[in-house]
Design a protein around this ligand. Structure first.
Ligand SMILES: [Ca+2]
Length: 336
C-alpha cells in the first residue's frame, strides 16, 4: 500500500485529536498525582508489582535520602509492609554466574565472569544472614559464600606465558586485606574461570578454607539507580528464611527483607502514564489485515506527532483491523 504523506493540515488535525483525548483521559484518571511517589493499593508479589509500576508509572520506588522517605505516603489503614524497589534477585547470583549489578564479580577486573563456570558447594551460595558477599574455596575445591570480614588464608594468582599459576598465602586475613596482599605481591586474588583452573587450585592441597577473587554487591534498585541509602530496621536484613530477597517498608519507614512472593501493596515512582483509546476511520483500498500495512500507518502517525514535537506519546494498535467494506475500515488506536 502506498500511503501518501499526510499533509500539514492533516498532521495538525491528528495532533489536536490525540492531545484532546490525552487531556480528557487525564481529567478522568483517579491516579493522577503531583507526588513523586504513588502508593498502589493492590496486593501483588514483588515482581508483579515491578511490572505494574513499569507499565503504569516509571518503575518501583527508589529511595535516595530521608526526604524521599517522607514522600512515601500511605493510607492510615495500611499498617503492614509495602514494597519499595530494592531487591537482591537470586536469579542473578544463586547457583549461577549472572550478569547483573548484584551478580558475582572477579576481583581482578571488577566485572562479572566471562564464562558461566562455577563450582558451588551444596546449598551455596545462600547469602546466610544477609552477610555473605565474598567467596572461599574448600579442600575439595568447592565454592562457599561467607562473610567478607571473616578471617581465612588466601589463594593469589600470577600470569605467565602458559597461563595462570596459583599461590597459597597462609596469613589469616579478611577478604579485602587478602586482595590487597595479592595485588601487592602477585596479580590479584585467584581467578577461576573453568574446570581446569579449579583443578589447578585443588592441586594446591589446601587443608582449610581460602579466599578466591569472587565478590558481589547485594541489593539493587529496580530502576537501575545506584542509591546507597539504606534504612533497614535493627537486625535487618537477616535473610531469616533464606528466601528474603526483597525489601518492604513498615509504616515507620524502616525496612525489612521478606520473601519476594509475599503479596503487598507497593510504591511506584514517576508520573502515571495516561492512556486513551482513539477510534480511527480510514478509507483505503489497501489490505488492512496486512500487519506491515498497519505498522506503516502507525509509523506515519508517529512521524506526524513528532513533526508537532509531541515526543512523549506512544501509539499502538489495540485490536486487529476489522474490515467493514473494501473501502471503509475501522480500528482502535491506543495512546500511551
Ligand atoms: Ca554461605
Amino acid at each position: 500500500m502506498d500511503f501518501t504523506n499526510l499533509t500539514e493540515l492533516q498532521q495538525h488535525a491528528l495532533v489536536k485529536l490525540f492531545m484532546h483525548s490525552y487531556y480528557l483521559a487525564g481529567f478522568g484518571c483517579t491516579q493522577v498525582t503531583r507526588l513523586m511517589y504513588s502508593y498502589v493499593d493492590t496486593r501483588l508479589d514483588f515482581f508483579q508489582a515491578q511490572n505494574y509500576c513499569r507499565e503504569n508509572f516509571n518503575d518501583m520506588a527508589t529511595i535516595t535520602n530521608e526526604e524521599d522517605m517522607s514522600l512515601l505516603v500511605r493510607p492510615r489503614s495500611n499498617t503492614g509492609l509495602v514494597w519499595i524497589g530494592l531487591s537482591d534477585n537470586p536469579k542473578s547470583w544463586q547457583e549461577v554466574m549472572g550478569n547483573d549489578a548484584n551478580s558475582w564479580r572477579m576481583s581482578v577486573t571488577g566485572l562479572t565472569s566471562n564464562s558461566t563456570y562455577c563450582n558451588w558447594g551444596p546449598m551455596q551460595p545462600d547469602f546466610w544472614l544477609a552477610k555473605e558477599a565474598c567467596v572461599i574455596i574448600d579442600k575439595n575445591a568447592q565454592w562457599i559464600d561467607v562473610n567478607c570480614q571473616s578471617l581465612h588464608m588466601s589463594i593469589c594468582f600470577d600470569t605467565n606465558a602458559t597461563g595462570k599459576t596459583y599461590v597459597v598465602v597462609s596469613s589469616q586475613l579478611t577478604w579485602t586485606d587478602a586482595r590487597t596482599y595479592c595485588r601487592q605481591n602477585h596479580k590479584d586474588l585467584a581467578v577461576i574461570e573453568n574446570a581446569e583452573d579449579n583443578k589447578a587450585v585443588r592441586a594446591l592441597n589446601i587443608t582449610t578454607l581460602a579466599w578466591i577473587g569472587l565478590y558481589r554487591e547485594p541489593w539493587t534498585w529496580s530502576d537501575g539507580r545506584n542509591s546507597t541509602f539504606r534504612n533497614f530496621a535493627a537486625g535487618k536484613p537477616d535473610n531469616a528464611q533464606g528466601i528474603n530477597h526483597c525489601v518492604a517498608e513498615g509504616p515507620d519507614h524502616f525496612w525489612v527483607d521478606v520473601p519476594c512472593a509475599n503479596n503487598l501493596a507497593f510504591f511506584c515512582i514517576g508520573v502515571p502514564k495516561l492512556r486513551t483509546m482513539l477510534r480511527l476511520k480510514i478509507q483505503t483500498d489497501a489490505d488492512m489485515t496486512d500487519p506491515s500495512i498497519n505498522t506503516q500507518l502507525l509509523q506515519q502517525m508517529d512521524a506526524a506527532l513528532m513533526n508537532q514535537r509531541q515526543t512523549d506519546v506512544k501509539l499502538k494498535w489495540k485490536t486487529q483491523v476489522a474490515i467493514q467494506t473494501r473501502m471503509n475500515c475501522e480500528d482502535f488506536c491506543q495512546v500511551k
